[in-house]
Design a protein around this ligand. Sequence first.
Ligand code: FRU
Length: 316
Amino acid sequence: MKKTLITLILASLAVGLFANGGAEAASTSEEGSQFVIGMSQCNLGEPWRVQMNADVKREADKHPELKVVFKDAQNDTLKQRSHVEEFVAMGVDLMIISPKEAQPLTAPVKACMDAGIPVIVLDRDLVDDVYTQFIGANNVKIGTAAGQWVAEKLNGQNAKIVELMGLQTSTPGQDRHNGFMEGLEGSDVEVIFRADVEWLEPNARAEMESALARYDNISLVYGHNDPASHGAYLAAKAMDRQDDIMFIGIDALPHEGVAYVQDGILDATFQYPTGGDVAVQQALKLLNGESIEKRIVLGSRRFDTENVTSGGEAIN
Ligand code: FRU
């Protein structure tokens, strides 16, 4: 009898403790953050990625219930794999990832999902859709718009051009190339020099030096991002050939690509929104129990010397 009584008292104490614990957890979460998001960024060496993290932070700061833990993989795929594993071990509520490369990051993201942590993939896609949601602009469409713009300007002039490609093991690099070739179809514009500069300005500058040494006649450089076309411009400028060549890029950050067009360095740039703010909005929806779409496609704009002062033009 005595024993049963003690058991009963202990049991009710335990229930009380749990109830109390729950209430306490809820009240602390009302004051502090309720949800922890892990943000895995593939590198912060380029202005566009610094902007993406700033966009994530600015949006998250509007929601005191959110805490974002940022990790920078410094352009190292193995490091980014470890970051994903660390977020799983931490038990974050959701992970946002902008992966460096498609293939090697697919399995770690799948493992994160298997551990019950939803994942939003930003900008560069994986090989399978093993995530909750993908957010990014349509790189094939942007590449096609770039190709059509070039064909419009240069068709019929026997133009020879250079393509400085983004990392070919990342989806935007592949898509921006394929789209561009589609856009050039039917024109006589010919790509005479092509290199994978892995999104990096110093690589682009070095490759452009080789192209300039080999070809006296280059009409245009298509860089898969603005740092690539800017690197090419610097190489041409060093040889005083910048005025004979047109330069176009992708990203169109206001303080980078758009400013280059305004300053007469680039002839055109195509906007590639970071999607950082959208990712946080979508994460919140999901964490609050709403369902979200599998893919969100962001829009893009073209800024060239003719429309840059009026805010560019939407790409359809
Ligand atoms: C930055 C960047 C951007 C580019 C994007 C593609 O790392 O190279 O310039 O638009 O990645 O994923």
